[in-house]
Design a protein around this ligand. Structure first.
Ligand code: DGJ
Length: 743
């Protein structure tokens, strides 16, 4: 791994043995992009990649010359209006109204390791040898603004982390209205654009289309990354698939409004960019002030989408997630939400917890409804003290009672919100985000607290810290159930109103950070009406996220499959719930509900007392299995094998680092009859190892890795109607989990 600078040619080459990223100081002093992909030979001069040509109707930079046009050059961090007419990476509005900028190379620093980003989540290294960083400083002399482009290349991962920082060294005040975290000009457009989109209850479904001339984008303007689109996209060669071919993944470590966009120009150059959504954004940069963009991560894979995902999984599990829980086995939890909703008493909760303990659950989580006057969704949000009518000894008392049962105790909060019917709102009506003189729209009868203001965050921190200090709380579910409307903060002047969406997220990160620091052993699970803020930004503070409110085992296959493109199994909160399912009213076998959820941070969301004895037996077995294999499932290499978006089957597997153990999950949506003989080709095993296969604790034979990978595991099922003695017949939403142990 290294970063080379060639003084003669002004070229930078970042490489790590697998990938290369090459840039050049162009003749006009701006930065040009030359290459990103599989590592190439280190040569003295890559000037041949700077292709300039006369083209009619273009504008040119140098007098008496008809070739140097930024419109036709691939650039690192382009601006609009100085011969390039495509969407720029930055825009700065100046006091005279001009938006023209011209950032030219001034200096650079190359060093080992990776810096943190102040106030923002970012990937990190544990030793300086893990990564190299390049800081490129460019300056607009007229504005006297410095722009630093940060690039970190990881030694063992095909990933480059990028961000940009601006510093006003002049005397004028500027408005930054666009500042992308990443911009990448690619030489052609032969890519499929893959995005992860959906809605509440069907988050991160895979959507694919061919890139076309013009702009294609996804984003959010809701104040959160959102259910609708995820701050992650891929560009994939049409011939590439899960197992081979060229793929790039782009991920933004941010939880607020974002934009991911690809612009294909008329000469088929693709400009990929990602960052804070410029729509609704501006940042006032006064003399002496700095602005730092969030970090974006780009991953290159020459071996298909699984290999790309595996880089994100390792990076986000071990170099983005932090703290006490990062490498620890996650507790099997039971959450009372779908068991009781708002209708509970302490007695009822303790009964649920006792049953959970009997079956092997380790953590009992009390969801919404435990505080203040909160017995429905209309009141109490913002008042974080226990409702002693329901919990006579408060949270302290309940947490002690739960611990006395031998369980850990977890608690739900929704810290960013207030109901109008709350002490908080009555005392501080100006603390909600709203525009003076305008109607205040609600979502679920709640209003968003103005986290751009420090005093609001401080107030909430003090309330939560008090409960956490007094009680035995091991886990927090941090929910967020509506998006921002009428965005305006009373805490800032007119020139700063464009900052509020971003400042809100900075306030959110600050609160998370303070709680992480003060209560390092508390496990945080983020949530936003299910998976409405499943993004890398929050994984820095909360290593797991409630993937979706939709707990149906069929729907979850799609949601978890889509989520797995960027996010590790350990980050996906996944629970077994009751049937008929509360979201889709569907019946699925308990076994399948468990088999899907165990490929996640596993738990239950039901009252176990309502199950039959036979079902309780299945639950006990599921918990035993999860405890035995959760480390492998969470840290193993994850492979997607069959896509629920393409057919009736879903399959995935995890393989231990030493390849001695693996677990395959195989799921069938609807039953079929008299169909083909089927085989499932496995991945990532050792060709030579003999694997003993076990299903439902029964030996089902031994096969060599080479057989399982090249011939496949036989998955022909009993759909032809025959039911071998002692076996369950195949049915809709049927599934298998097979454990492989090498001899
Ligand atoms: C939305 C979450 O996604 C649910 O799991 C639950 O916590 C409810 N909010 C509680 O109001």
């Amino acid at each position: 791994m290294g970063i080379m600078f060639n003084e003669k040619t002004g070229e930078f080459h970042l490489y790590n043995g697998s990938i290369s990223y090459i840039m050049k100081i162009l003749r006009n002093g701006q930065m040009g992009q030359l290459y990103f992909g599989k590592q190439v030979a280190k040569r003295e001069d890559y000037e041949y990649l700077v292709e300039n040509r006369y083209r009619p109707v273009s504008a040119y930079v140098f007098d008496d010359e008809y070739s140097f046009s930024l419109e036709h050059l691939k650039q690192e961090y382009p601006s609009y209006g100085t011969t390039d007419f495509r969407m720029p990476a930055l825009e700065i509005v100046q006091e005279n109204g001009s938006k023209i900028t011209d950032f030219k190379y001034v200096s650079h620093k190359i060093y080992k390791g990776k810096p943190g980003l102040k106030g923002l989540p970012a990937t990190y290294v544990e030793s300086e040898d893990e990564a190299d960083t390049l800081e490129l400083t460019l300056r607009d002399e007229l504005l006297r603004v410095d722009m630093t482009l940060l690039y970190t290349i990881f030694g063992h991962e095909n990933a480059i982390a990028r961000s940009a920082r601006f510093e006003n060294r002049g005397g004028e005040t500027y408005q930054i209205t666009r500042a992308m975290s990443l911009c990448l000009d690619l030489p052609d457009d032969e890519y499929e654009w893959i995005q992860f989109s959906g809605a509440w209850g069907r988050e991160r479904h895979v959507k694919t289309r061919m890139l076309q001339q013009g702009i294609q984008s996804v984003g959010s303007a809701r104040g959160a990354s959102g259910h609708f689109h995820n701050p992650f996209v891929m560009l994939k060669r049409p011939t590439a698939d899960e197992f081979q071919g060229e793929v790039m993944g782009f991920s933004l470590i941010y939880s607020g409004n974002f934009l991911a966009q690809a612009e294909v120009d008329t000469f088929k150059v693709t400009r990929m960019m990602m960052g804070i959504n410029p729509f609704g954004f501006s940042w006032c940069l006064k003399p002496g002030e700095e602005f730092q963009t969030p970090e974006a991560v780009m991953v290159y894979s020459a071996e298909g989408m699984n290999a790309m995902s595996q880089v994100f999984h390792r990076l986000y599990r071990t170099r983005l997630a932090r703290g006490y829980w990062r490498d620890r086995e996650r507790p099997v939890l039971l959450n009372n939400w779908e068991a009781t909703y708002f209708d509970f008493t302490e007695e009822k909760l303790l009964k649920i917890a006792r049953n959970a303990k009997e079956d092997g659950v380790e953590l009992f989580v009390l969801d919404d409804g435990w505080f203040s006057t909160r017995c429905t969704e209309t009141s109490g949000l913002g008042d974080w003290w226990a409702n002693t009518d329901r919990l006579p000894d408060g949270i302290k008392g309940l947490s002690e009672k739960i611990e006395a049962l031998g369980l850990k105790f977890g608690l739900w909060f929704e810290l960013e919100m207030a109901n109008k019917d709350s002490e908080l709102y009555r005392n501080h009506p100006d603390w909600i985000i709203h525009t003076p003189g305008r109607h205040e729209s609600h979502g679920r009868k709640q209003y968003v607290l103005d986290f751009s203001r420090k005093e609001v965050v401080d107030y909430i921190y003090d309330m939560v810290a008090k409960i956490l200090s007094e009680s035995k709380i091991s886990y927090i579910k941090w929910d967020m159930n509506r998006n921002i409307t009428e965005c305006f903060s009373q805490g800032y002047g007119p020139e700063r109103q464009g900052e509020i969406f971003h400042r809100y997220i900075l306030g959110l990160y600050d609160l998370y950070n303070r709680l992480n620091t003060a209560f390092p052993q508390v496990l945080f699970e983020s949530c936003a009406s299910g998976g409405g803020r499943f993004d890398p930004g929050l994984l820095y503070y909360a290593p797991q996220c409630w993937t979706s409110d939709d707990t149906d085992a069929g729907e979850r296959q799609k949601i978890q499959y889509g989520t797995s493109y960027a996010y590790p199994v350990s980050s996906m909160g996944a629970h077994v719930s009751i049937t008929p399912n509360h979201q889709v009213n569907r019946m699925t076998p308990l076994k399948t509900r468990g088999n899907v959820a165990m490929f996640g941070a596993f738990g239950y969301e039901l009252d176990l007392a309502r199950l039959t004895d036979e079902e309780r037996g299945i639950v006990r077995e599921q918990i035993r299995f999860v405890k035995k294999y959760r480390r492998l499932i969470h840290t193993g290499t994850f492979y997607r094998l069959l896509s629920p978006f393409e057919g009736n089957f879903t399959a995935w597997m995890v393989v231990a680092e030493d390849k001695k153990q693996a677990i395959v999950g195989y799921f069938k949506m609807l039953n079929d009859v008299n169909r083909e003989f089927r085989r499932l080709r496995l991945q990532g095993l050792d060709e030579e190892f003999l694997y003993h296969m076990e299903e439902d604790s029964e030996d089902i034979g031994a096969f060599y890795g080479s057989e399982l990978m090249h011939i496949g595991m036989v998955t022909t099922d009993m759909s032809a109607g025959e039911v071998p003695a002692g076996k369950e017949p195949c049915c809709d939403f049927w599934s298998r989990v097979v454990v492989l142990n090498a001899e």
